[in-house]
Design a protein around this ligand. Structure first.
Ligand code: AMP
Ligand code: MG
Length: 403
C-alpha cells in the first residue's frame, strides 16, 4: 500500500475531504458568547459605516489645518464637543472647537491638534505645531462602509470576531454544526481507568488525549470504549463508529500479527488513501473512507496518536467544521545543541522552546521513543527535522510546531 511523504499526505487528506465531503455543515443559531471557538456559517456585514462618524482620536482642538500655516497660530474658540454629542455649528477661518477623544469632528474642521501643543493665551487658543489634513481623525466609513464584509463565512470565532459581532449589535450568531467524532481505542492489553491494570496491561490514555484534542477544536467527541484485537467485535465497533462524522481509531495499524484494524476496515469495503506516512513518530498512520465516513487509523503509541492528530486530524476537523483549508504555522528558533539521527523521516520531536522575542531557542527533550508520554510533558513544542536531514549543527535555525 501507499506510504506518502509528510506534505503529500497532508495534501491528500485536504484534497479528499474537499472533494468528497458529503455536504457543507448545517447551520445553527447560538447566543453571541456561545459562538466562541465555533465557525461562522454566515458572513457578518457592517450595519452602518465604521466609524459611523468622523471620529477624533485625541483630546485637543478641531481645526482647519490650513489655518496653521504660520506658527504659533491664534485661533478663536467657538465651542466644545465631547464623545456622544455633536457640535451644531461649523468651524470657520481661524476658529477651533475643543474636542475629546471619540467625539465627532465638527463640520469645517479637517484635523485635530493635540492639547499638548496648545495653550490658552489672552482669550485665544495658541497652537504651537501644525497638523496635516486628517491628522488625529478617522473619517466616517474609512474602516468599512455600511454593508461591507467584516467577517467571512467559515471564519473560526475568537475574541476579535466576538468584538466585531458585538460592534454590529449581533446578539445571536449562526454557526456551523459541530462534527461528531467517534473515538475507538483498540488493544487487548488496554484497560479502562477505573480498572486496576494487571502487570502487563496499560491504561487507555489515547482515548482521553483524543477526546481532549477533539474538544479543543470545539468538535464533539464520542468515546466508544475499548475494542479487543478480535475481528468480529472490532468490526461491530468500527461499524458503529462509522455512523459519526469522523472515526478515529488508535492502535492496531502496525505490522504485528494482532494489528487487525486495516483488515477489518477492508472487510467493510473501506477505500484507503494511504496507510503510512514518512514521519516520526506516527509512520503507520492510515487514512481512508468507509460507508461515507472518513476515518484515521492512528498508531497506538501515545506520542504517535497525539502528533498525527495535530498534523492530520486537525485540518480534517477544520474542514468538516466549515473552515477553509489553512497551512500549518511554524515558529523558528535556534537549536541549542547539535542534533544527529538517521535521515529518511520528517521528525516531530519533543522540544523545549524558550527565550524571548530576540533569542528564541529550542532544545530536544530526551525521549525513549513514541511511547514516552512523560517526555512529552517535559516538552512545550515539536522540533521539526526535515526528511533528508541527518545532522543539524548547534545554533542553526529550525522550525518548531507549538504544542
Ligand atoms: P499498537 O499500535 O496497537 O501496536 O500499539 C502501540 C503501542 O501503543 C503499544 O505499546 C500499546 O500498548 C500502546 N497503546 C495502544 N493503545 C493505547 C491506548 N489506548 N492508550 C495508551 N497506549 C496505547
Ligand atoms: Mg495494539
Amino acid at each position: 500500500m501507499a506510504i506518502l511523504k509528510f506534505q503529500s499526505a497532508r495534501e491528500t487528506v485536504i484534497e479528499q475531504i474537499l472533494l468528497r465531503r458529503i455536504s457543507p455543515p448545517k447551520p445553527e443559531t447560538v447566543p453571541l458568547l456561545d459562538s466562541l471557538g465555533r465557525v461562522l456559517a454566515e458572513p457578518v456585514r457592517a450595519d452602518r459605516d465604521f466609524p459611523p462618524f468622523s471620529r477624533a482620536t485625541r483630546d485637543g482642538f478641531a481645526v482647519r489645518s490650513a489655518d496653521l500655516a504660520g506658527l504659533p497660530a491664534q485661533l478663536r474658540l467657538i465651542g466644545q464637543v465631547r464623545a456622544g454629542c455633536a457640535f451644531s455649528g461649523s468651524v470657520g477661518a481661524m476658529e477651533c472647537v475643543e474636542i475629546m477623544t471619540g467625539a465627532p469632528v465638527p463640520e469645517g474642521a479637517d484635523a485635530v491638534v493635540m492639547i499638548e501643543y496648545t495653550r490658552e493665551h489672552e482669550g485665544l487658543i495658541e497652537v504651537q505645531r501644525g497638523v496635516a489634513p486628517g491628522e488625529n481623525v478617522v473619517w466616517q466609513g474609512s474602516e468599512s462602509l455600511q454593508s461591507g464584509l467584516l467577517l467571512p463565512a467559515g471564519r473560526r470565532i475568537g475574541y476579535g470576531e466576538i468584538a466585531m459581532m458585538a460592534a454590529v449589535g449581533q446578539q445571536m450568531v449562526t454557526v456551523c454544526r459541530q462534527p461528531r467524532v467517534a473515538i475507538l481505542p483498540t488493544g487487548d492489553e488496554v484497560v479502562e481507568l477505573g480498572v486496576a491494570p494487571g502487570p502487563y496491561q496499560i491504561r487507555n490514555s489515547n482515548s482521553y488525549s483524543l477526546q481532549a484534542q477533539v474538544a479543543s477544536l470545539h468538535a464533539i467527541p464520542l468515546p466508544l470504549g475499548i475494542a479487543p484485537d478480535r475481528e468480529d467485535r472490532l468490526r461491530e465497533m468500527i461499524a458503529q463508529g462509522l455512523q459519526a462524522d469522523l472515526l478515529l481509531l488508535s492502535g492496531g495499524v502496525s505490522m504485528g500479527k494482532f494489528d487487525l484494524v486495516e483488515k477489518v476496515l477492508a472487510q467493510l469495503e473501506a477505500e484507503f488513501f494511504f496507510d503510512g506516512v514518512a514521519i516520526q513518530p506516527g509512520r503507520p498512520l492510515v487514512f481512508g473512507r468507509a460507508r461515507g465516513t472518513f476515518f484515521f487509523g492512528l498508531p497506538g503509541n501515545p506520542l504517535s496518536t497525539m502528533v498525527t492528530f495535530e498534523l492530520f486530524v486537525r485540518p480534517t476537523l477544520a474542514l468538516l467544521a466549515g473552515e477553509p483549508a489553512a497551512p500549518l504555522i511554524f515558529l523558528r528558533a535556534r537549536l541549542t545543541n547539535q542534533l544527529r539521527r538517521k535521515a529518511g523521516l520528517t521528525a516531530f520531536l519533543p522540544g523545549f522552546l524558550e527565550g524571548g522575542y530576540h533569542n528564541p531557542v529550542v532544545s530536544p527533550v530526551e525521549w525513549k521513543g513514541s511511547g514516552d508520554l512523560p517526555s512529552l510533558n517535559r516538552a512545550n513544542c515539536y522540533l521539526v527535522v526535515p526528511e533528508e536531514t541527518a545532522e543539524i549543527p548547534a545554533g542553526e535555525w529550525v522550525s518548531v510546531l507549538p504544542r
